[in-house]
Design a protein around this ligand. Structure first.
Ligand code: A3P
Length: 277
């Protein structure tokens, strides 16, 4: 509940929160039934941090293709499905999720599947997530204002839980695992070709230079928003603005000061330093 008494709908789960989607808690709990394969690839990001972007890049690299994938991302959205339903998918399987490190099925870590994790400036995440939540009112039931949302986001009382705790955990646990590649949204924006090459190297893919250039072009925000086939709703919320620094249009000076104080404390307690582009 924000300061105006506006509430956000979610499911409390082990001190965190999950979207109010039927069965989600059970599906995560059944993660231990999941049998991983060493060539599985996981894309794990906090909400609004670049999941859909990485999804296309990974598929292009694996298939040496510049077509957008026809696979709906939702069929491999691990936290929305039950573990058993993935056994018939052909390898290499690509999963995506917004799970915390400790919520990932343990077999993923044991079998050393590759995991891509993308971080984004939390202020831009807050804005993107606010508009996402407002647009999907039927799921989140949040009718509050931006002001109320910043408060909830800063306190970590949003679906998916605290950005600060989520990224701290990924940094501490995932950061020491050589099978986890941590990327920054801002780096992808700055030099997509170089980042695509980093991802290719991590996945063990090697292609001619010209191919990386073509993929970067196809995965630029403008091209994706215009050319990828998707529903009107998806276009509106999954490919909204794609910019670095949109937060400056939203945060007031006071909101920014409050946020910076929390961010500073987070850095001091070991949060990974980020370059915001
Ligand atoms: P904005 O709302 O700021 O535009 P996710 O896929 O994890 O839900 O993240 C969605 C965010 O990534 C949205 O942010 C979306 O526009 C942005 N995004 C998606 N594709 C992108 C691309 N090709 N380049 C830059 N940003 C992209």
């Amino acid at each position: 509940t924000d300061h105006n008494g506006k509430t956000l709908s979610y499911i409390p789960y082990n001190g965190h929160y999950l979207p109010a989607v039927k069965g989600i808690r059970e599906n995560i709990e059944r993660g231990d039934e999941f049998v991983s394969r060493p060539d599985d690839i996981w894309i794990c990001c906090y909400a609004k941090s670049g999941t859909h972007w990485l999804w296309e890049i990974v598929h292009m690299l694996l298939g040496n293709s510049t077509d957008y994938t026809s696979k709906p991302k939702e069929t491999t959205q691990f936290d929305f499905h039950d573990a058993a339903s993935f056994t018939n998918l052909p390898s290499p399987r690509v999963f995506n999720c917004a799970l915390w490190w400790h919520q990932l099925p343990r077999d993923v870590i044991q079998k050393k599947s590759k995991i891509l994790h993308c971080m984004r400036n939390p202020k831009d995440v807050a804005v993107s997530y606010y508009l996402h939540t407002k647009e999907l009112h039927s799921v989140y039931q949040y009718s509050g204002s931006w002001e109320g949302w910043v408060q909830l986001f800063t306190e970590g009382k949003v679906v998916r839980g605290s950005w600060f705790d989520y990224e701290m955990e990924w940094s501490k646990e995932g950061g020491k695992d050589e099978n986890v590649l941590t990327l920054m949204y801002e780096d992808l924006k700055k030099d997509l070709v170089s980042e695509i090459k980093v991802i290719a190297h991590f996945l063990g893919v090697s292609l001619p230079e010209s191919r990386y250039l073509e993929m970067a072009d196809r995965c630029s925000f403008g091209t994706m928003k215009q050319c990828k086939q998707m529903s009107e709703m998806e276009n509106k919320i999954m490919y909204r603005k794609g910019q670095v620094g949109d937060w400056k249009n939203w945060f007031t000076v006071t909101q920014n000061e409050k946020f910076d104080a929390v961010y500073k404390a987070w850095l001091e307690s070991g949060g990974p330093a980020m370059c915001f582009g």
